[in-house]
Design a protein around this ligand. Structure first.
Ligand code: MSP
Length: 651
């Protein structure tokens, strides 16, 4: 059976960071795993290059859009090549064949009566390339996903009859419990669909950087909506709309996406496919979001980590291992050098690396490097049996897309090897003239390492090839079949010396993340609130201690409110002028309207975070943040107990 595995295609408005690398690593791991099992795999990745966001990024960079897209797309491709990502094809949505395929799909949908022309009026977020109904906006204006300002767009548009597919989609989710993995993510999709699907605007007239309408539509002021264009890459890559050359790979076995784009893949995409009379992918695998040292990564905070920076410091395969092992698939994860170094030292260096070096050392001392499995079953039948039970269990974890569980179980093999050495202490057996037993333990460990290396190969292809080479074999389907499926033992061989594969790391090898500035954009404020709510205070605080110097990086001052106004059309915001003892009062836009009237604040003292980067809220600059405490009974401002002069420092 063939397997088709895809990553999302990456926007070319900026270079890759570790979040992108994570999706790609998982997909590559899965592709390599299936290949190891001798499946015929087609693995697709690429770049998503159309839409207003890209057009605007190119403009900001002062480059023609196509040139800009070419350059950024190349950075993704080069990075994946450097990481030896084993893709079969790197698609770009600016490829001519892709564009033709999209046009063909549009014609098919139109012919089927699934596309009609109307007017669209809505709030559009350029950054997310998505329309939002007014009810979902924050303070009537800001994008509920990214917090950026939306703009009202009214334009003629073609619509896709998404509503028509509501029941069919719900039915599909019900009949195919593995359609969305992990299953815990399925509910949010099902509820969204149950809430009612509106037809989807699938063309734009407000910009031109997109796939043109098919000539047959005779309507060239429209270009395709970027998500219609982008999602179709998964079939145009296989020749859809051209020669269907590789359509035998369709439907995909698994399509990996981040949780932020699950809705597009689990609702729009299957509806498009139903309209095109194509089968649906077997599984959409949705992973969580990575933060860095607990902070959301963003360009403005300057804390984005480039995958290359990590791989240069710690090694590309170690990064793959860390990311796949650290986070249960589907959950959010945090990248910190401390956690990375801990895993490298304890799991890679101690558990795996030392085990190999120990048998290299012992074989050179006791047997002239020769390792022979002849007596393994005689002395170690129990360990062999335990080992095979673990090895047999691994497939289910990869099939269920749980690489973290897969690795966790796989590591139990090293525990068997390490324990056997401790318990059977070959060095004493040698002294006691029980050489056969000593060599059988060494050979047991060699077999543990060999089988573990085969199963670890999809995650760490190069490192495991070095291990296999030391153990006298090559990792391929033949060795997978012999060692894993047929449970054979290694044939007699001469072990090769290899330098330690995972030297211990004592100190972080990369500069620490720049201290993120507090951020009072609405989405961040909301996330912070969520985080605070979730924190079990004592534990979270103990994990989160800061130095006094870090506290003093925040400048807190007493301010006196000298003017206060309601912000029209905002349910939450007040605009204040606050005297901080500076030349001019500061403008502070605060979300406290539901708790304080504007008049009641005038003349009163407040506590202000005075060294925040200015932020824009509903188009108004805010130059500080008020301290307040909020619980179920409401919000109250924090104020000095007795009146203090404007600008008095707090701390
Ligand atoms: N172009 C769309 C996808 C179209 S697929 C038909 C897109 N591109 S993206 O570049 O913004 O994101 C690509 C992938 O990277 C998504 O799966 C997204 O979830 C993932 N990540 C981006 N930032 C991430 C983290 N910080 N953490 C984990 N993954 C994240 O969306």
């Amino acid at each position: 059976m063939s397997k088709y595995i895809t990553t999302p295609i990456y926007y070319v408005n900026g270079e890759a960071h570790i979040g992108h690398a994570y999706t790609t690593f998982i997909a590559d791991t899965m592709a390599r795993y299936e290949r190891l099992k001798n499946e015929d795999v087609y693995f697709l990745t690429g770049t998503d290059e159309h839409g207003q966001k890209i057009e605007e990024s190119a403009k900001k960079n002062g480059k023609p859009t196509q040139q800009f897209a070419d350059e950024i797309s190349a950075t993704f491709k080069n990075l994946w090549d450097e990481f030896e990502i084993s893709y079969s094809q790197f698609i770009r949505t600016t490829d001519e064949d892709h564009k033709k395929g999209v046009q063909k799909a549009f014609e098919m949908m139109f012919a089927k009566g699934d596309i009609y022309k109307d007017f669209y009026e809505g709030h559009y977020c350029v950054s997310c390339e998505t329309f939002f109904p007014e009810t979902q906006l924050i303070d009537g204006e800001f994008c509920p996903d990214c917090g950026r300002s939306t703009s009202v767009v009214k334009e003629e548009s073609y619509f896709f009859r998404l509503s028509k597919y509501q029941d069919a989609l719900l039915n599909h989710y019900a009949q195919n419990p593995d359609f969305i993995l992990p299953k815990s993510r399925a509910n949010e999709v099902i509820n969204f669909v149950k809430g009612g699907l509106k037809d989807l605007s699938v063309t734009r007239t407000s910009f031109s950087w997109g796939v043109k309408m098919p000539a047959s539509m005779n309507d060239d002021k429209h270009v395709m909506y970027v998500w219609l264009d982008a999602l179709l890459n998964y079939v145009t890559a296989l020749g859809y709309g051209k020669d269907d050359a590789k359509m035998n790979y369709w439907p995909a076995s698994v399509q990996f996406v981040g949780k932020d784009i699950l809705r597009f893949h689990a609702i729009y995409w299957p509806a498009f496919l139903m309209s095109l009379d194509l089968p649906l992918p077997k599984t959409i695998g949705a992973h969580g979001w990575w933060t860095r040292d607990g902070e959301k990564m963003s360009k403005s905070k300057g804390n984005v980590i480039a995958p290359k920076e990590v791989s240069d410091a710690y090694g590309a395969e170690n990064l793959r291992y860390f990311m796949l092992r650290e986070v249960p698939f589907g959950q959010d994860g945090d990248f910190s050098q401390r956690a990375f170094i801990d895993r490298m030292n304890s799991e890679l260096s101690n558990d795996l690396g030392n085990l190999l070096n120990r048998i290299i050392g012992m074989s050179s001392k006791y047997s002239d490097n020769v390792i022979d499995s002849v007596d393994v079953m005689k002395y170690h039948a129990k360990e062999m049996n335990d080992m095979h039970t673990i090895v047999d269990s691994l497939d289910q974890y990869m099939e269920a897309i749980q690489p973290h569980r897969y690795l966790e179980e796989l590591w139990r093999l090293f525990a068997i090897g390490n324990k056997a050495i401790e318990e059977h202490a070959p060095w004493t057996k040698i002294k006691e003239n029980r050489k056969d037993e000593a060599l059988a333990t060494v050979a047991l460990v060699a077999n543990v390492l060999a089988k573990a290396a085969v199963m670890l190969h999809p995650i760490m292809p190069k490192t495991t090839s070095i291990i296999a080479d030391a153990l006298g074999f090559e990792i391929n389907y033949a060795s997978y079949k012999a060692l894993i499926l047929d449970k054979e033992l290694l044939k007699v061989f001469n072990i090769k010396n290899v330098p330690p594969l995972f030297p211990r790391i004592e100190e972080p090898l990369m500069p620490e993340a720049p201290k993120a500035m507090p951020d009072n954009r609405p989405e961040i404020a909301e996330k912070k609130e969520e985080k605070l709510k979730k924190a079990e205070a004592p534990k979270a605080e103990a994990d989160n201690l800061i130095e006094i110097g870090q506290f003093f990086q925040t400048s807190l001052k007493v301010g006196i409110v000298i003017e206060a106004q309601e912000v029209p059309k905002s349910a939450k915001l007040l605009k204040l002028q606050v005297d901080l003892g500076e030349e001019k009062p500061r403008q502070v836009v605060a979300g406290i309207k539901e708790h304080y009237s504007a008049e009641s604040l005038i003349g009163s003292c407040v506590c202000v975070v005075a060294n925040l980067k200015p932020a824009k809220l509903m188009g108004m600059v805010s130059e500080g943040m008020l301290l307040a405490a909020k619980d179920e009974s409401g919000l109250s401002l924090i104020r000095p107990e007795k009146p203090k002069k404007a600008g008095t420092p707090i701390g």
